[in-house]
Design a protein around this ligand. Structure first.
Ligand code: UD2
Length: 362
């Protein structure tokens, strides 16, 4: 083992200190440090220039500060049951995809560890929800239950897209949590309202969300939280297994099967069927997903075709080719009409029963 030497030395092996490339004037360690420094500064510079904002630079700085403080501050004790290599935490469900994306089930993660990691990064999460026309009636229950169960202990911005800002209920919020009402237009058809979410999320991601939050979580409004939905869901890009299809075979997935649509998925492709009502990721990843899906929907529109399940079909097409880095189990989007299968240890986000005739296009 090489013992670290005094400052300025090249480590334990004195014969290893010079490099031919700089004619022996500099030690390898100098060259290494200079290389790293140059790389760091050029990365930061390119990043800074391409974004026109200092938010990412300050992100790097604050994280470096955190590392600097590591030895000075007392770290919280990390006492919990040790993971067991020979005893997987769940043996009844798939916990990892073939591209190494974890599938989030109760019993597979430790919230304490994850909360500590995300708190250290001082993460703010944006929750986007659309309440257009009559769907404003769902906001009260949605927000009230989100205050109890969604990202407890973390900073949250609720982005409420609506055409009826005056009907957004005033729900008491905990510290660090804000409601941001975004007034948008409505459309005559409910399908169009559902699909246009992609366009609006991508536009607002670029103009606003990128400056305000680290992650976006994009969900349906006719839902209520019934158990914890925390930072375990966060990742670069995540989708949720649709409660109707999590155990189904490919042929049963209701992907768009007409080649004329941009959402077309051939019968021998696809991993899972994802729900349109719960996806997310970093603002940049969500921006790319929603932009691509919106563009695809516009091509379909120009060609006089609408995908079978609207935005959900396009989301599913996207995930075939840009695979999520994390997948949420149906715990995160459940419908009690489907009963309570043994594998479902928790129901965290539940569909509310709704009368389509009374609520859609109203
Ligand atoms: C499924 C998906 C949904 C979407 C849709 C496409 C789930 C749980 N839901 O929902 O995400 O992909 O299929 O067909 O996976 N909305 C309004 N006002 C309206 C109509 C819709 O605000 O007049 C919004 C609202 O946030 C609603 C969402 O659009 O939750 C989706 O509409 P939906 O819930 O009526 O569609 P549904 O249940 O078929």
């Amino acid at each position: 083992m090489v013992e670290p030497g005094p400052p300025g030395s090249s480590g334990g092996d004195s014969h290893d200190g010079k490099t031919g490339g700089v004619k022996g004037y500099l030690t390898k360690r100098h060259v290494y440090v200079m290389g790293c420094t140059t790389l760091l500064f050029s990365t930061v510079y390119v990043w800074y220039m391409s974004n026109g904002t200092s938010s990412k630079v300050s992100y790097i700085m604050s994280n470096t500060q955190d590392l600097d403080d590591f030895h000075k501050t007392k770290q919280p004790r990390m006492t919990y049951t040790k993971p067991q290599i020979l005893k997987p935490s769940r043996s009844d469900v798939l916990m990892m995809t073939p591209w190494f994306a974890p599938i989030v089930w109760e019993g597979t993660y430790n919230s304490e560890i994850l909360n500590e990691q995300f708190r250290r990064r001082n993460v703010t999460v944006g929750l986007t929800v659309f309440a257009i026309k009559k769907y404003v009636v769902f906001l009260n229950k949605f927000l009230e239950t989100a205050e109890t169960y969604f990202m407890v202990g973390h900073r949250v911005n609720y982005y409420i897209f609506t055409d009826r800002p005056e009907e957004v209920p005033k729900v008491p919020l905990k510290e660090g949590r804000n409601v941001v009402v975004l007034q948008v237009q409505n459309y005559p058809r409910w399908q169009e309202i559902s699909m246009r979410r992609m366009e609006l999320i991508s536009n607002f991601s670029q103009q606003q969300f990128i400056n305000e939050v680290s992650y976006l979580v994009c969900v349906d409004v006719d839902m209520r939280f019934t158990d914890q939905v925390g930072v375990e869901i966060l990742s670069d890009l995540f989708g949720t297994l649709h409660p109707h299809f999590y155990a189904a075979e490919r042929q049963s997935f209701t992907y768009e099967r007409r080649p004329a649509s941009q959402a077309y998925v051939p019968s021998d492709e696809g991993d899972f069927y994802y729900a349109g009502g719960f996806f997310g990721g970093t603002v940049m990843e969500v921006y790319m997903l929603t932009k691509k899906c919106h563009e695809a929907m516009m091509v379909d529109k120009a060609n006089g075709i609408e995908a079978i399940w609207h935005d959900e079909s396009h989301l599913n097409k996207y995930f075939v080719y840009y695979k999520p880095t994390k997948i949420l189990s149906p715990e995160y989007l459940w419908d009690d009409d489907l009963g309570r299968p043994e594998i479902l240890k928790k129901r965290r986000f539940l569909a509310l029963p709704k009368s389509h005739a009374a609520i859609r296009n109203k």
